[in-house]
Design a protein around this ligand. Structure first.
Ligand SMILES: [Cu+2]
Length: 470
């Protein structure tokens, strides 16, 4: 892999926008040079330097694939290959993806563009790509066996179609799908409108990411591909909190976030401090009459949702999946609830036998974030992330929407933690505490009983054997 990377010299890829329209010297202009991304950072939006103009998206912890124009056709080159993805600092996974990363690069085109995509298969098994949601000729739909022969290892296929309708799409294999999606093969696709569209508003910030999930045992690198539902890593673009970059916007920006779900369960995606509307699905922009305010929207398996809101409240706002076990990282979850159980004495005895033994959960699980428990190498902590007030106690599908008055136009840099105005942070109360006024059975503020019970009813317990013979 290293020699191939050296060979292609991916100049200009690190730390910012990538030069578009690269033409390979070695491929004699037959194929667009495959751009490879080695970083899992959020790359700056790729402002188009050829074709129709548009306001580009920002892929969370990802990037947009440069293209070249070839006689009016936008040409892209995707390489399906094994990749190493840093899912969070200190935790790397051996996945499959496209052009160096999982997910693959975002493809951005304009409504009406003729698009040609070369797909080179460097996986050890056959693959194909399905262009989820697109209107296209049936033979370009990418279902191996049904619409085309599978792309064998070492082969390159060409897909070509016109991006007929604007909106939010994704791509993924339709060959040995369970394995290939469990390994991280997927990518985002955005088709921008050609002209002003009555149902598509201009926005100042346009983010996109895919929901995905992996089952990687603590201390190992490769996902278990036979897992159907019980995944242990819930990720956005194959990143887990605190590895997911924040969404940094300027106060009063109109913000669009596009999300696609390629996991095997639904995710109620929730934003704090603002209300949004769902303005589009993978079926296209939604009619205005169907839009209502929400703070959470459920994204079902195989669905895409586009949410929009005015970022008019300054601060660091949590943005996450509302399933609480999806904001945790790999853990053993066959753990009994031990809240209220006093372990003193027992722990000492056990630690004589097992030196690393630790007590978990007698006051809830928050203690876990403060404990220095030995964990295997290459394992993400279960709940972590240092915030300005301590541990955020989160993992998985969690990030922060940072709304700042002084964030510059089109600047996506992390502004750091929010500086709260004086007197606007919840704080400890140190004054006198009154006895809480507890409810009385009678004579309180509740409706009085109509009549006093004349007798008390007790539950009668019968032995199972006494059921016989009646
Ligand atoms: Cu979720």
């Amino acid at each position: 892999m290293t020699s191939r990377r050296d060979f292609f010299k991916y100049a200009g890829i690190t730390g910012g926008a990538v030069a578009a329209s690269a033409v390979s010297r070695v491929a004699m202009a037959a194929l667009p040079e495959p751009m490879i991304q080695s970083s899992s950072d959020t790359m700056a939006p790729l402002v188009p330097n050829s074709g129709r103009p548009y306001n580009p998206v920002v892929t969370l912890n990802g990037w947009t694939l440069p293209w070249r124009m070839n006689q009016g056709v936008k040409e892209f080159h995707l390489v399906a290959e094994p990749v190493v993805r840093e899912m969070a600092p200190g935790f790397k996974a051996h996945l499959w993806g496209y052009n160096g990363q999982s997910p693959g690069p975002t493809i951005e085109v304009v409504e009406g563009d003729r698009v040609r995509i070369f797909v080179t298969n460097k996986l050890p098994e056959h693959t194909s790509i399905h262009w989820h949601g697109q209107r296209l000729p049936n033979g370009m739909d990418g279902v191996a066996g049904l619409n085309q022969p599978a792309i064998q290892p070492g082969k390159t296929f060409v897909y070509e179609f016109v991006a007929r309708r604007p909106g939010t799409f994704m791509y993924h294999p339709h060959a040995d799908e369970m394995t290939q999606m469990a390994m991280g093969m997927m990518g985002f696709w955005v088709t921008h409108p050609k002209t002003k569209h009555p149902l598509i508003d201009d926005v100042q910030r346009d983010f996109c990411f895919l929901l995905n999930a992996f089952d990687i045992d603590p201390g190992s690198y490769t996902p278990k591909i036979m897992t159907m539902l019980d995944f242990n890593l819930w990720s956005w673009n194959s990143r887990i909190f605190p590895g997911i970059d924040s969404l940094n916007v300027r106060l009063n920006d109109k913000v669009r976030i596009r999300v696609g779900n390629l996991t095997m369960t639904n995710h109620p995606i929730h934003v704090h401090g603002h209300e949004f509307t769902v303005t589009g699905t993978d079926g296209g922009p939604t009619p205005k009459s169907t839009r209502w305010p929400e703070v959470t929207t459920d994204i079902a398996v195989g669905q895409m949702r586009q949410i929009e809101f005015l970022a008019d409240e300054e601060g660091d706002w949590a943005f996450h999946c509302h399933k609480s076990h999806h904001t945790m990282n790999a853990m053993g979850h066959n753990v009994p609830t031990l809240i209220g159980v006093d372990h003193r004495g027992v722990a000492k005895k056990i630690s004589n036998l097992i030196p690393d033994y630790m007590v978990m959960g007698e006051r809830g699980m928050a203690d876990m974030t403060e404990m220095e428990m030995p964990i295997p190498d290459n394992t993400a902590p279960m709940m972590t992330g240092e915030g300005p007030f301590g541990s955020v106690e989160m993992g998985g599908m969690f990030s922060v929407l940072k709304v700042r008055r002084d964030q510059k136009v089109a600047d996506y840099k992390d502004p750091g933690w929010f500086k709260h105005p004086e007197g606007t942070v919840a704080h400890e109360y140190t004054g006198p505490l009154k006895e809480p006024a507890r409810f009385k059975a009678e004579g309180g503020q509740s409706m009085p009983r109509i009549q006093k019970p004349t007798s008390t009813t007790e539950v009668k317990v019968r032995k199972p054997s006494s059921h016989n013979g009646h």
